[in-house]
Design a protein around this ligand. Sequence first.
Ligand SMILES: Cc1cc2nc3c(=O)[nH]c(=O)nc-3n(C[C@H](O)[C@H](O)[C@H](O)COP(=O)(O)OP(=O)(O)OC[C@H]3O[C@@H](n4cnc5c(N)ncnc54)[C@H](O)[C@@H]3O)c2cc1C
Length: 337
Amino acid sequence: MLQADYSLRKYNTFGFDVRARIGCLIRSEADFISLRADRHIVEMPRIVLGSGSNVVFTRDFDGLALVMDLRGRRIVSQTNDAYLVEVAAGERWHDFVNWTLQQGMPGLENLALIPGTVGGAPVQNIGAYGLELVERFESLRALDMIDGRIIELDAQACEFGYRDSIFKRVTRNQLIILSVVFRLPKRWCARKAYADVSSRLAVSKISEPTARQIFDVITAIRREKLPDHTVLGNAGSFFKNPIITNEQFSVLQKKEPDIVFHIQHDGRVKLSAGWMIDRCGWKGRSIGTAAVHKNQSLVLVNYGGATGEQVVALAQEIRADVSQRFSVKLDIEPLVI
Ligand SMILES: Cc1cc2nc3c(=O)[nH]c(=O)nc-3n(C[C@H](O)[C@H](O)[C@H](O)COP(=O)(O)OP(=O)(O)OC[C@H]3O[C@@H](n4cnc5c(N)ncnc54)[C@H](O)[C@@H]3O)c2cc1C
């Protein structure tokens, strides 16, 4: 089960050729019992990995890499309003979304084609095309690697935020997500306000789309807009869209009248990181084989042979330029090791 000098190449979507001191593919929850029996293993630095689609390795990992491959999905129960569906952490996210639609349970279609596993999805509260995971989340089960207890956490305990949760902060690599329960509404209503989605539907003359049609439209848009990480290494958006106060925004908008923004529920203003990176002239530029994607300024790519260090160095140059021009700090979205 434990393997020394474990290659992580296929467990990071940048395709970096890095290794962990020890690696372990977790196929059953019982695997943790034997792992926890070894104090040396429990005390080692550890990283939990799903598909590595939100991780940047800048070096080998001198510790234990746990690769989650737990499988299984089931309808737990249903009420008048919703289906409750439980799915194991190692299931592919996109396959799970597809399966829910096959079962006649819409609600997750806007999150189609996001790479990664179900267990990785709550960690950054994945979101796309007008929907965030938290809106369909009921609870999750997690193993505490320190004391071996399995606990259940609801949305409040997970402290979900914009591309954020407790798992990115306090409990990183301590709480291991084993399975997630989703609440899928029976009175489903299409989320189609996102500009790309509504215009595609309009072109196809679809005014009352089914969940499957939304799934298909979003899958098609993503295939066109985003590089396929199996062909061109990347981790999706490399930066979060920054959120600033209304006062900061008023000052900024005077300087940059055409700046792209969205007002948030709490009155703060979310800026488009991609737009700002474009304005700084970074689209398509590269340092060696680490580059800003030619169509998507938010996505940094590995044209082959780049290292994590080079990608992070590129990101730092972009951040410096954005900070200088807009006085805005860009936060890096993936976990940098
Ligand atoms: C092309 C592309 C497009 C993307 N598009 C989007 C998008 O639209 N929206 C979006 O939100 N994200 C997007 N992402 C980012 C990424 O796909 C998601 O964050 C995904 O949920 C990560 O899942 P993973 O299994 O690959 O996690 P990993 O990358 O393996 O891990 C990410 C983090 O989660 C932790 N983790 C993973 N599994 C567990 C577990 N079982 N228990 C505890 N911690 C765990 C890891 O330790 C790490 O901190 C995109 C990525 C790519 C490559």
